[in-house]
Write a protein that binds this ligand. Structure first.
Ligand code: CP
Length: 332
């Protein structure tokens, strides 16, 4: 799954994603996106949220457009929700089976992209294990094509960040004053990075990153957040607790990384440990979740858990993003 190609880090990913008309053309990162834009996207997504059991929100706003889902890493939630989002907006959706694609015969990722572009694909949704891929592709596609980052190595997962913000806002409409605690393998987590940047932009002043020392991020990477290896310290009075799995597939040297029992004993989110959190604290997990490792099964299924709500919001957020980039590219 790891791409054999290497990709230069974009000098300015944040500005690359904006069209000359000021609109959002690509979604590559939440870092440095303006608060007003995040609020607009959350508001738009909220319109697409409907309760399970009712008819899912839909429109034909993307009728005539073609979306290609290119997942060079495994996915259940992100891929399925982009697929459903595109179809519920009336687009043609191509889910390329990358394991049976000509990349296996040595075709470069850009030649794959140019091939799809020649078939009138307007939006490409990319997940890749290599850092820099979404920005690299965004710099090389035709003007009418938009690139959406669906998970980039350990760097960024902006649609996950947006669905996390939407879920938090549904419980706590005012971000100011919230304490949000992210627990787990922060070092290798694109989810943690996108969530932390989005929360910071939305005005959350108390963002806590809790992990064993070997899974901590660089001390200066997110200067707006507090780092600790103490779960109890991190959970005290927290309003939002986000659990992460250990991304063993991204760790070359597992020496010093806690084993399953050790991790659960010290960092597993259990009902007992949540006693120090705020009374109305919610528990989140981006999935896929490992019950009995990073989260007690009873907590995952408890009234505090908003994990399935996050999944539902994922479709709504991706519908909002798809509509937004089409609106940007077609706007005069
Ligand atoms: N949260 C997330 O990205 O899940 P998937 O890997 O299943 O898409």
């Amino acid at each position: 799954m790891q791409s054999p190609e290497t990709f230069p880090a974009s000098a300015d990913e944040a500005s690359l994603q904006l069209h000359p008309n000021g609109g959002l053309r690509h979604l590559l990162t939440l870092k440095n996106l303006q608060r007003d834009l995040l609020v607009d996207l959350l508001d738009a997504a909220q319109h697409f949220v409907t309760p399970n059991g009712s008819i899912a929100a839909r429109s034909d706003s993307l009728h005539g457009y073609t979306i290609a889902n290119l997942f060079f890493e495994p996915s259940t939630r992100t891929r399925a929700s982009f697929d459903l989002a595109g179809k519920r907006l009336g687009a043609d959706v191509l889910n390329l089976d990358v394991n049976a694609s000509s990349r296996k015969k040595g075709e470069s990722i850009l030649d794959t992209i140019y091939t799809l572009q020649a078939m009138h694909v307007d939006i490409m949704v990319i997940r890749d294990a290599s850092a820099g891929v979404p920005a690299y592709i965004a710099q090389n596609v035709e003007e009418h094509v938009s690139i959406l980052n669906a998970g980039e190595s350990d760097v960024s997962h902006p649609t996950q960040g947006l669905l996390d913000l939407l879920t938090i806002r549904q419980h706590f409409p005012d971000f100011a004053g919230l304490t949000v605690t992210i627990v787990g393998d922060i070092a290798h987590s694109r989810v943690a990075r996108s969530a932390a940047h989005g929360l910071h932009t939305m005005g959350v002043s108390d963002i806590r990153l809790v992990s064993p020392a070997k899974l901590a991020p660089q001390a200066d990477e997110m200067p707006f957040a507090t780092l600790t290896d103490s779960l109890e310290e991190g959970l005290r009075d927290a309003n939002v607790v986000m659990c992460l799995r250990i991304q063993r597939e991204r760790i070359a040297d597992l020496d010093g990384i806690p084993d399953v029992e050790d991790y659960y004993a010290n960092y597993g989110i259990t009902d007992a440990r949540l006693a120090v959190a705020a009374d109305d604290a919610i528990v989140m997990h981006p999935g896929p979740m490992n019950r009995g490792i990073e989260i007690e099964s009873a907590v995952a299924d408890s009234a505090r858990s908003v994990i399935t709500q996050q999944v539902s919001n994922g479709v709504a957020v991706r519908m909002a993003i798809l509509e937004r980039v089409v609106d940007t590219v077609t706007r005069r």
